[in-house]
Design a protein around this ligand. Structure first.
Ligand code: AMP
Length: 357
């Protein structure tokens, strides 16, 4: 982890009126650049293997400058060049994933959000400890496969993007599919509807939905992920039959659909978000900025959180020009725009060190 003092000393040399926002050309970068440009920032897109021609199709989301690197190490080698240009990095899921969370911690360029969260988020056991100790409910873990008596989801450690999971309905089913050479965990399959809640916690803003530790919580938007092939599998008949033909369900995210939740669930949603933020400060110095609670709501109208993403998620992309929720706070603002405004406000007040690590 780059020592916070190091980042703070880099920031001392920054011209706060001339900040440049940079991120990797992927994931939610159109939205991030669009929001940053609207707030008046210069923007740089980093690319390694990413094809950046698609930006020409979306001029308002195209960064002012594109820099192509040979590999991700080159970003580290050239860090000084970017700090000389007052660069602030916005991390997103692909940026962190491609560099690797352990390595991302070491990048000596100021970064929006708390990088200490990376180890809590990338280890499923630590993530569970954080969320459950906050008093928020998660799918139950089954420690002994012989106890499987209801549908379960088996997740291999490090399974990403919905690959490396399988559903088992009983122990024989589990035995048939399990690969014992990889570590895994078994959790109850929660039957219900999925909602991915896009929150934004600002420790700096004081008016709005106040959080007990100070600052305010905003709910900017909500999506549901399109997952291939599980979303369409039902059209082919029973999963048991399909298995005989070598067809297994997968949960690979291919897109995002905007949703809203019934209004009476909003108080519970905010309560969960507040508890998780408060607990993050007890455990590792906090999370701030955008984060997503990935939830399933059961027919008892209870939330189960199966995952947290502690930065902008691609599910915010349908809301580049606002959302049914954001429009009640900042009409027309995206999560990308909200981050840009937070950074702009902190730069104007000369308190960037409070939100950059
Ligand atoms: P994850 O990699 O944990 O984000 O999970 C990928 C997908 O698997 C989710 O979007 C859900 O569709 C599904 N999923 C994950 N955990 C559960 C669970 N405990 N019960 C039901 N579905 C789940």
């Amino acid at each position: 982890m780059v020592p916070k003092e190091k980042i703070d000393s880099i920031l001392e040399g920054y011209d706060k009126d001339d900040i440049t926002i940079a991120t990797l050309c992927s994931h939610s970068s159109l939205q991030i650049f669009h929001g940053a440009k609207k707030a008046g920032f210069k923007t740089i897109g980093f690319s390694v293997s990413q094809d950046t021609r698609y930006y020409d199709a979306f001029p308002l989301g195209k960064p002012d400058e594109l820099i192509r690197f040979q590999d991700y190490d080159e970003i580290f080698e050239r860090a000084g060049e970017f700090t000389d240009r007052n660069v602030v990095l916005i991390p997103h899921g692909s940026f962190v994933e491609y560099i690797g969370p352990k390595k991302f911690e070491k990048l000596e360029i100021p970064c929006y959000g708390n990088r200490a969260v990376l180890q809590w988020e990338s280890d499923r056991d630590m993530e569970r400890q954080w969320i459950t100790s906050a008093g928020v409910s998660m799918p139950r873990i089954i420690n002994d496969a012989r106890e499987i008596d209801k549908p379960v989801l088996v997740k291999y450690h490090g399974a990403k993007g919905g690959r490396g999971f399988f559903v088992a309905k009983d122990y024989p089913d589990f035995k048939m599919s399990i690969d014992h050479t990889q570590p895994y965990n078994i959790q109850e399959y929660v039957l219900g509807t999925r909602y991915y809640l896009h929150f934004f916690y600002s420790p700096l803003k004081q008016d709005g939905y106040k959080v007990s530790r100070g600052g305010t919580m905003e709910l900017l938007s909500m999506d549901r992920r399109d997952e291939s092939n599980i979303d369409e599998l039902y059209k082919l008949g029973s999963q048991e039959d399909l298995k005989k033909h070598g067809l297994y369900p997968s949960f690979v995210v291919t897109g995002n659909v905007p949703v809203v939740i019934r209004e009476s669930l909003l108080p519970k949603a905010f309560e969960m978000a507040e508890k998780i933020v408060n607990r993050s400060y007890d455990l590792f110095g906090g999370i701030w900025g955008p984060f997503c609670l990935e939830t399933i709501v059961t027919d008892k109208l209870e939330f189960k959180v199966f995952e947290i993403s502690t930065r902008i998620v691609a599910g915010t992309n349908p809301f580049i020009s606002g959302s049914p929720y954001a429009d009640l706070i900042y009409p027309g603002l995206s999560t990308g725009g909200r981050m840009a405004n937070e950074i702009k406000g902190a730069a104007q007040e000369n308190i960037l060190e409070q939100i950059l690590t």
